[in-house]
Design a protein around this ligand. Structure first.
Ligand code: FAD
Ligand code: MLT
Ligand code: ZN
Length: 475
């Protein structure tokens, strides 16, 4: 399926020999696996839409081991697929052919945490949710949060420059990541694991690896700035009747909630139908065409509640919002968040999912969903829109009973052309991976793509790191 659907040919890397396997088994005793049962979950992506056929899974524990693995692979011209929690949504996390899977699953050690600065240093395989739990005990939190938190690794988050639900408040990983340790394709260890807020000594090399999707180096450790755990968190789940009201509610809440606003997410009624139908969740507010989820995080619950209440009063009396509910306790907060966070999961129960992750000027955000719905008519099962409205990021998803070339042809390149017309991005937060790499030119000029290819050639001259991903193939 992979090669037929994506029309890709295996590049002339070496084939894994019994001598290679013996080398890795000596280097990583009990952690160089060839059993099909161990490889199966690592060969297929979370969406179950891309499948490779790797026959070797490596689980290093240390940076030195990663370095020895890559030095050997580079000398032998063996291709490698770095893998974290395998929750990526663009097919970047699994091999396309027989690339060796290099998993960070056993690199899960917290190295240090400074309670004064809030700087955490840890290995790349730490699971995001575990890190957050560890930090909460010290009065801090991770600066990012996403639906895949229970499985994704911090290294994978950095490699994809994951955005998520808190970006509006704490900014992107490009700001919060202070340092990285990376092993380059030839095994060189690049120690840029600084724990400094300010460091203008030369080029900021770590930025090159943030969002590089495993194509430029293997991230082995991360230094990241973590905010204090907010003392008061409030959530409002509101219904709006049209998208203009969603936008106006955003403007109003930004003005009235100011510094305590920590998330502004939206979902349309189709999303609500799917989480209700497939996950048996129930909508806490009256039927609406759109729902918004507004989170505040602050240090004074009385002050925050007062602000939220006067915002809600304003939104209700002006008719922007037709119904709503508010949560301050953990249980209800989690329940409301799950309506939004679990849309991805609900979609997978609806059939074959065509996923698009688009940045657009916020006023145009939902027009793409409406246009796509009209264009596809009955040929799609559902066309839904949700996302990080506060960041101008739309998740447009289309479902169908099964995969079809003709439906894909009706969606692409239309969706990319539409996005390019409004100077949007065809990959706001998920990356290009395997599925989107041929469309990079809709969001980047040829000069930028050429420069990216030169960086790739310089850092990985044999092209062994995550081949077939991120950059377009030349043929
Ligand atoms: P993987 O999926 O294993 O890998 C992703 C990419 O990073 C691959 O190209 C891989 O080769 C590379 N990689 C992984 N680890 C390393 C490493 N140590 N060094 C170098 N390269 C590496 N994404 C968002 O941005 N925002 C969201 O809100 C969001 N929500 C999600 C919700 C759900 C339910 C799911 C399933 C996914 C969601 N994602 C989201 C996508 C995904 O979780 C993120 O891309 C995440 O950052 C991937 O982390 P991972 O450890 O699973 O990486
Ligand atoms: C989200 O915001 O829910 C994630 O990015 C996952 C998705 O796009 O489905
Ligand atoms: Zn998202």
């Amino acid at each position: 399926l992979t090669s037929e659907r994506y029309r890709v040919r295996r590049l002339p890397f070496s084939r894994l020999s019994p001598q290679d396997v013996a080398f890795f088994q000596r280097l990583l005793p009990g952690r160089a696996l060839t059993e099909p049962a161990a490889l199966e979950p690592c060969n297929v992506d979370w969406l179950r839409s891309v499948r490779g056929c790797s026959t070797l899974l490596l689980k290093p524990q240390t940076t030195a081991e990663v370095s020895q693995v890559l030095r050997y692979c580079s000398e032998r011209n063996l291709a490698v697929n770095p893998q974290g929690g395998n929750t990526g949504l663009v097919g970047g996390s699994v091999p396309v052919f027989d690339e060796i899977i290099l998993s960070t699953v056993l690199m899960n050690r917290i190295i240090s945490f400074d309670t004064v600065s809030g700087i955490l240093v840890c290995q790349a395989g730490c699971i995001l949710e575990r890190l957050n739990e560890y930090l909460e005990q010290q009065g801090f939190i991770m600066p990012l949060d996403l639906g895949a938190k229970g499985s994704c690794h911090i290294g994978g988050n950095v490699a994809t420059n994951a955005g998520g639900l808190r970006l509006l408040r704490y900014g992107s990983l490009r700001g919060t990541v202070l340092g990285l340790e990376v092993v380059l394709a030839d095994g060189t260890v690049l120690d840029c694991l600084a724990s400094l807020r300010k460091d203008n000594t030369g080029y900021d090399l770590k930025q090159l690896f943030i969002g590089s999707e495993g194509t430029l180096g293997v991230i082995t450790a991360v230094s990241i700035l973590c905010p204090q755990k907010p003392k008061a968190v409030n959530l409002a789940f509101l219904g709006c009747q049209n998208f203009s009201q969603v936008l106006e509610t955003f403007t109003t809440c930004r003005a009235m909630l100011g510094e305590i606003l920590s998330a502004y997410e939206f979902m349309d009624e189709k999303c609500m139908e799917l989480v209700e139908k497939h996950l048996k969740l129930s909508c806490p507010v009256r039927d609406s065409h759109f729902y918004v989820l507004i989170e505040t995080s602050g240090s004074n619950s009385t002050h925050d509640e007062e602000k939220l209440n006067s915002f809600l009063e304003q939104a209700m009396t002006s008719g922007l919002v037709t119904d709503g509910t508010v949560a301050t306790d953990d249980k209800k907060i989690k329940m409301l968040w799950s309506l939004r966070e679990r849309i991805t999961e609900a979609l997978t129960h609806d059939g074959c999912v065509y996923k698009y992750d688009i940045s657009l000027p916020v006023g145009k955000l939902y027009d793409l969903v409406t246009d796509m719905r009209a264009r596809l008519g009955q040929s799609a099962k559902n066309v839904v829109g949700y996302g990080h409205l506060g960041d101008g990021n739309l998740h447009l998803n289309i479902t169908a009973e099964s995969y079809s070339h003709s439906l894909l042809d009706a969606i692409e390149p239309f969706v990319y052309e539409w996005t390019a017309r409004y100077n949007g991005s065809i990959s706001a937060e998920h990356g290009l991976g395997f599925k989107k790499k041929q469309f990079i030119q809709y969001s980047k000029p040829s000069e930028a793509i050429f420069l990216m290819q030169r960086f790739k050639a310089m850092l990985d001259p044999k092209g062994i790191l995550n081949p077939y991903k991120t950059l377009p193939s030349s043929s």
